[in-house]
Design a protein. Structure first.
Length: 393
């Protein structure tokens, strides 16, 4: 496949830095490159962008849905593996993807019966998940082609994704201008910065839907991963996964991940909530320690705090998640059932990947007591999530 170097200017930056340094060897910088990745059913050209830092950590993402198709991360011996689930071709992403690696919007997670009332008017959205609306609808932000601008800053390479969602798209009010920035740092962090503005009041809840297997994509189930969640409480759900409105303590339940616990330790217990989710598929209320996070739609001014830590003992890989968001959907891949074939023909069996979606709580447009998700004209939606990778001996 022909490689189109987007980053001539990046190389120039590197060489001018070297000149400024009086002839010292050029400082290695993160690189960005672009290659074609097919054409959508609607005839739009899709590209895959590769970000690589100088430690060899590499992210590949599409302008289609902002989908992260691969993420190469070192294990405790410095060996790299791809730790996210996904497909080899655009055609597969378009045909049947449970949101592998994608940006989710306008509203991550569920809105009960696809209905909400805002400023006295009732809006009807698609019901694409049983009786409910899920992840922005039939054609959410995961299925649109975004404008992408690569960038290179000192010690960071990244991609800026822009999409303007027209008034009425998927039933949502107002024209929403969304910007999502992926940054890969020299500290082996992948940072997501979300921004949005609107010309009419609308719910907004943007997130990222990568599925992880820190042992490596295709290396079995994720039940042995040790999860720690910085959450004393969670939001129990009904049988269609809509929160009941209760905010419940995790104490004495299989939802207590306050100390490192294997995902599989309690997942099949006879527990009503686990039955509803067919495992973990729940929103955890993150402990914010008085650092905000329950402000406006974007948690404006909220501090980035620790949400989760996941450790895969076999490889030693650790992923820490930090976020400004008040909630985290921990989904243990319960709906993967062996019918999808992923990269290199791998069969995605039950619980072969997990997702940790930083977010405001599900069904917030219908829950007055949950942190608000309505963005109004003149306000700016802002949210930040950091995935930090390291190893533990
Ligand atoms: C939801 C799951 C759903 C998955 C893929 C998760 O965010 O909570 O119920 O199956 O996304 O659609």
């Amino acid at each position: 496949m022909q490689r189109m170097k987007l980053s001539g200017w990046i190389a120039m930056l590197a060489s001018s830095a070297a000149c400024a340094g009086g002839g010292r060897a050029p400082r290695p910088t993160a690189s960005v490159r672009r290659e074609p990745f097919g054409t959508t059913d609607r005839g739009e050209a899709v590209s895959v962008y590769t970000l690589k830092n100088t430690h060899g950590m590499e992210v590949r993402a599409l302008n289609y849905g902002g989908i992260i198709v691969s993420l190469e991360v070192p294990d405790r011996h410095g060996r790299f593996d791809d730790v996210v689930l996904g497909y080899d071709s655009l055609e597969q992403y378009q045909r049947a993807s449970p949101y592998f690696g994608a940006i989710i919007g306008r509203y991550g997670n569920r809105i009960a019966r696809g209905r909400f009332t805002l400023d006295g008017r009732t809006y009807t959205l698609a019901t694409n998940n049983g009786p409910n609306h899920l992840h922005g609808g039939v054609k959410g932000f995961d299925k649109v082609v975004w404008d992408v601008a690569p960038f290179e800053r000192r010690d960071t390479g990244g991609l800026v994704f822009r999409y303007t969602s027209p008034d009425g798209e998927e039933g949502y009010p107002g024209t929403l201008r969304a910007t999502v920035t992926y940054s890969l740092t020299e500290g082996n962090e992948l940072i997501f910065d979300y921004q949005a503005s609107t010309d009419r009041a609308t719910p907004v809840n943007l997130t990222q839907h990568s599925y992880f297997n820190l042992a490596g994509d295709g290396r079995g189930d994720i039940l042995g991963h040790l999860v720690t969640l910085n959450a004393d409480r969670f939001t129990p759900v009904d049988s269609t996964l809509i929160p009941t409105g209760e905010i419940k303590s995790v104490g004495g339940t299989p939802f207590d991940f306050r100390t490192p616990t294997p995902i599989g330790a309690r997942i099949d217990q006879d527990d009503e909530q686990l039955r509803h989710g067919r495992g973990y598929d729940h929103n955890f209320v993150l402990n914010k320690g008085g650092k905000g996070g329950t402000g406006g739609a974007g948690g404006e001014g909220a501090a980035v705090t620790l949400a989760a830590r996941v450790h895969e003992p076999g490889s030693g890989r650790v992923m820490e998640i930090h976020t400004t968001e008040p909630g985290l959907q921990f989904y243990s891949g319960n709906f993967l059932d062996g019918t999808l074939r992923g990269k290199k023909g791998v069969v995605y069996r039950h619980r072969s990947g997990f997702a940790m979606e930083t977010q405001h709580f599900p069904d917030s447009p219908n829950k007055a007591d949950f942190p608000p998700v309505i963005l109004r004209p003149g306000e700016e939606y802002r949210s930040r999530t950091i995935y930090r990778f390291s190893v533990q001996p």
